[in-house]
Write a protein that binds this ligand. Sequence first.
Ligand code: TTP
Ligand code: MG
Length: 406
Amino acid sequence: MPLKTVMHIDLDAFFVSVEQVLNPALKGKPVVVGGSTDRRGVVATASYEARAFGVHSGMPMATALRLCPQAIFLTGNYHRYAEASRRFMGILADFSPFLEPMGLDEAFLEVTGFESLHKSIYEMAQKIRARVRAELGLAASIGIAPCKIVAKVASDEAKPDGLMQVLPGGEAAFLAPLAIRKLPGVGEKTEAILKGLGIKTIGILARMPETALKHRFGMYGETLHRHANGIDHSHVLPPAEAKSTSRETTFERDTRDMVFLSGMLRYLAEKVGADLRRYGRQTACVAIKVRFADFTTLTRQCTLANPTDADQYIFQTGDSLLKKTVQADKRAVRLIGIGVSIINEPGRQLPLLNGMEQRWEKLNRVIDKMRVKYGFSVIQSGQTLQLRKAYHSGSSDFTHPPLQIS
Ligand code: TTP
Ligand code: MG
């Protein structure tokens, strides 16, 4: 595999930092952006001064108020963040066309071979940080590594306002001492399982036999093993070049409960729909994947009459494929997934939309905004709500990390 160089750039305390640029009196103070403090709002982000008191993203605002009553609490303004994001991505695009935005404040940049233009990749990263600082007044932390996963961990380790480079060959040694939670994709649930197995650091995880991880986590075990060893072959994928996007999840227990399966499919379809809207793209082909208890895997796909980016349409199409597939079989289901092909032309032919689809479209855009502001689980459809019953952890993330099937 030829050597490549990838940067991961992530803005520090993004929402709060934008507020501080607009109102410099907030600089150096504990500031929290999130929902309301009296009702059920959660923290979207906290300044590093507020984090020192234990305030963090996802925490109820009421708890943040208790931990740090002197903090300044703001409800935030999505338009300002979207504008800052647009300008941030514009700066990055000046440095390399191989740009993959990940949400508003972070992106991967493939910079293989770019050292000749900037003396070194390290110098190039310093120039990016300087431009973001000069033009937006924001601190960008950057990780440089031979692959995406390690670059992402490195930018996190570089925070706040830092730069860290992991040289080829040093990936596993860099990751080894870090807590497993630092590995992207390891959420609450996986962390708890790994800790139960006595695995606390990425180094210990890396030395686990791959077969043991596969036995416990299925396909995701392979990915975990690779990532823990600092190996990630995935490409930096400019959104326009992604050919498909998908999500899948393996259940803790095999099931034939159709209500549960449909609820999960709805949740996965919403994630896929959100990808399309983030890329400004549509799909005309929906596919599902079903793996039964005996590991037999079936995929079924369906072409849509009209291109769409609506969760509802994607879900309905996937759900009827799912019902047909599961009901035609006696076996219990171990995994389900849903994916869509991506039409790589922005825009759409509006007259093709019927009234219902137009309403869905408006609704989905409002939901996307809320989710960027307060996290994906802030809004759930009736169908996904019942997933919480099955997942007692209280966590609202029911998937493994995104799986690109391009
Ligand atoms: P992050 O990059 O995860 O966090 P951050 O930029 O605030 O802080 P840092 O990178 O320095 O650790 O998220 C970017 C923005 O996304 C964040 O400013 C607010 C928003 N966000 C939420 O709305 N909910 C969340 O749960 C998280 C993690 C972020
Ligand atoms: Mg950030």
